[in-house]
Design a protein around this ligand. Sequence first.
Ligand code: C2O
Ligand code: CU
Length: 694
Amino acid sequence: MYEFAVNVDSILVILLLVVWSAAGLLAGGLPTRRRARLLLVLIGVGTVVTVARGIGTGLLWSNGWVFVADRVLVALPLLAVPMVAMFALAVPALRRIAGRRRATNGTAETAETARTERTPETAGAPPAPFPVSVRVSVRTTAAAALLGAFMEYLSRPLPPYGADMAIYAGVLLVAAAASRGRNPRPRRAGTRRAVAVTALVATAITGAGVYGMRTSLLPDRMSMMGHGDVDYGGGPGGSHHGSRASGVPAVKAVNAADLTGPRTGTGTPDRVFTLTAQETSIRLGSGAVLDAWTYNGQVPGPALTVREGDLVQVTLVNRLPREGVTIHWHGLDVPNAEDGVAGVTQDAVQPGESHVYRFRADQVGTFWYHTHQRPLVGVRRGLFGSLVVLPPEGTAGEDITVMAHNWERPDGLVAAFGTSDTLDRRPVRPGTPVRLRVVNTDRNAWSDVESRNLVLLGTRFRVAAIDGVDLDGPSELDGVRLSVAEGGRYDLTFVMPDRPVLLADLANPRAGLLLSPGSDGPATAPSIPSDAPLFDPATYGTPAPAPFTRFDRDFTVIIDDRIGFHDGTLHFLPTVNGRGFPHTPVHMVRQGEVVRMTFVNRSHQVHPMHLHGHHALVLSRNGRPTTGSPWWIDTLAVQPGETYEIGFRADNPGVWMDHCHDLGHAADGMVTHLAYEGVSTPYEIGHGTPNQPE
Ligand code: C2O
Ligand code: CU
């Protein structure tokens, strides 16, 4: 609904621009009867479209004031003011001009219409234009429509709107003054003026473009700490190193590089792995052969399965010919220096080099690992694998992990499970308890506004865990659609029935994991429903008392998008609080604090927001508190029009990258940081460094 209304609104903005500009041009011509009539028609159409935009705005209002404030406070008043003048003054004048013939043929002809009628034919004298009321009100409305389009596509202002209102009103006043000019001019002068105005506008646009492009260029090297505005979220702050003499306790300076897991020599690792990044050509289920980047020559990389409490040691070796690589343990809240983010927690590991990660696996659940050096390229090409932490006693039955990924086949993008872009069969004995761990590594292959949509058919099942955290009291589900955020995980449990069970991705009904109860003959997959209702974690399972009752910091993250530059190239840019990286916020906290973060998605796309190093509890959606099981996330899909509040405890000091896990969006600057006061990172990012974490 929101996406639809917002997209219609964007179209109405263009319509308004076209209609009011046409009216503005007409108002500059000779006041013939035909022009006057056409102008009246355009005014009628423009008014209808304006009213439609008003109604649409009213509808969007139900999503929250922040979704419509720019329209209500700035865009619509800008249009309304000149339009009122237009109806009061211009429309009567136009009707007189349009109705001249009737007046001539009728009884009386007013002095005014007689004068306007004759003037164009008066030899020698300059022809009289439309009355000043028409020129000014119609052209000012056109200018307001232009400002409206600028707001919608290029600026998308955020509250408070005081400055925007003042600037736009000023521009409108100038436009009103400028449109008083007595047109039409003699042809030549008119052309010259048009050329001059066009040149001026072109220069201004080019200038603004070049300025925007230049200022969007990322510096050659910069610290991830030093970007944007530091946001203290209403908490204490202002001192990075505890030098403040006020009542706030001093914070000890910490180097993020020292925040490691148990170091070599301090304990024998329980599990030792080596992951070698290398170029490999892989074959998809359909037979398509792709050049991939892999860990250990396979996609997904080796499934790392460990037990709770294990000290895990992973050596990363880079044998890629040119590309740097890291490993980020997505969802596992490891110590900061083990987080594997190039330029934030380490330098990217260069070809021929290696790096050792050591951490204790303290959370039971489903996680995954992937490179965090140019992940848009690296993860998409295959540098990922699963990481499962089992309880000490292990699990009974079948434990199956599937990683939903998209592959760029020669014939286009295709959704797959692992490398199978066709049906993957697997026998499971009836009566066996099954835990199906679904990891989503990638975006919905078909939609910008929804996360990946999966269905599990042929059995009733429970969503036992989300993002590696078990849900309380999950009830049985049947035939629902599961929307899994990019980067998120769902654990599905059921007892294998005596008929086939199918896990399928709605974006590619030909791919799927088919569990068949026996080895006798090929099982037929259940058919995929087209209208499965959406599973909602906000109301699923048994509630528990809220662990957070007060918050030390409150951060608001307003997600939006507009046309703009990022690092020198023009994009449809996702923004955080109006800007892209590096002008995005650093959220500053202190250890032990309780933090509330509010995501507001005013944009046209879904954004899976991912927190490093922390799990957060979903508190509310669209103003309504969650009523189901505590729902902990590390990756939360925020759909257009949605508002989410999440809460977490700042219990893992470091410098953490928080970003949109639509890796294309992150690469376009949808990156923020969570920083602990006193902690600084020695690493740098930029073209002049080996590190491009997004
Ligand atoms: Cu899965 Cu910052 O990443
Ligand atoms: Cu995004």
